[in-house]
Design a protein around this ligand. Sequence first.
Ligand code: EPZ
Length: 416
Amino acid sequence: MPQYVINGGKKLHGEIKVSGAKNAALKILPACLLSNETCAIKNIPDIEDIRRMSEILEDLGAVIVRNGSTMTVETKNIKRSNPKAELVHKLRSSIMLAGPLLARFGEVTMPHPGGCVIGKRPIDMFLSAFEAMGATIHEHEDFFTLKCHKLQGAKIILPWVAVTVTESIMMTACLAEGITTLVNAAMEPEISALAGYLNSCGAKISGAGSPIITITGVEKLSAGTYELIPDRIEAGSFIIMGLITGSEIKVSNCNPKNLETELLMLQKAGAKLEIGSNYVITKKSHFHGVELRTHEYPGFSTDLQAPFTALMTQADGQSLIHEIIFEGRLFYTDKLVQMGANIIMCDPHRVIVHGPTKLYGRKLESPDLRAGMALILAGLVAEGKTIVENIYQIERGYENIVARLQALGADITKQD
Ligand code: EPZ
């Protein structure tokens, strides 16, 4: 199995450019189904999740051409609306295809995409939203079929904030008849960006980025050019990488405005940062423990909880890390403990970190995308060699990560 081998203790230097946002790209690709014109997506990262989503669309008949960081997506020849099960099971975000396929073809059959280690990841909120818009649902053992000749606008109240559910309803309602009001919507920057693109194609969406989004259905949508916003989670991961190694690095091509709470918490913990309009420079800092609570945007992103926790193992004193959103997103901390960290799990949502502790290289398996990044960060400061396995999880969301970290001076290699 391929693995990363990291020799810790090296200072980093130089500049790292942030790629386009994975969690924006995974929504614009399904959104291409809403129009039979060709969509051009710029600044799209070359990562495993995008390859999986592209494979599903190409299997349905889409023509996808990548030219550097620009991808064109032509869906006019798609005649099927039943994505291949073996491809769907490789990508939880494939659920984003259900709404657009239903809106375009009136029917969609696909398997439950499955969860992942950070939580049970059900799709009940997706299905009940489609039902509210007039779809009938037929569930088999692990397949479901949605049918609706013409979706109708509806008032949909989410029991709690859910990001992909918000995006799925927003894009699907563009082609429904009448008005859809979505209450308790997520407010992530990727949602506002997607709404901006869809409106440029003729959609009528208002309120994106606020808790209440209104979508007035239209007959059809055109397609155009969509430039992905920088990946705020990648940016945050690299900022923490500079901080945990005590290095001065420049994280560029990012938007610090989409990281305000994360940067605040890092500074509260002692981080010295130079924050520019589209970059952040990390400075050698002395850290002390803080209380962290993750929260939906604009709160502290759950996706940066693991990298932040890795940093807190090097901070003076006690930190309380409260992962409010997912029930399985703290179990990776036992791997940091194996490296020498002092972390006590209070319950599935809270750990207490005592620092600073010296970390030692170990052979560890990456449980998920962001915990995998946390293990890389810990490996960069650990004494000796760290081997990270199951690196597919990391390459789902971090483009060309080994070469980019090597360019910063990190001693990291990929071994097949
Ligand atoms: C999105 O996941 C992101 N993924 C996640 O990033 C991110 O951690 C998460 O939002 C929270 O910010 C993408 O955008 C592709 P949710 P998502 O829907 O949409 C429950 C990464 O590392 N729920 O906001 O799946 C769910 O179980 C990934 O890039 C239902 O109960 O998260 C969770 O407890 C990891 N029923 C809560 O809602 C449903 O039908 C929030 O989920 C759907 C969700």
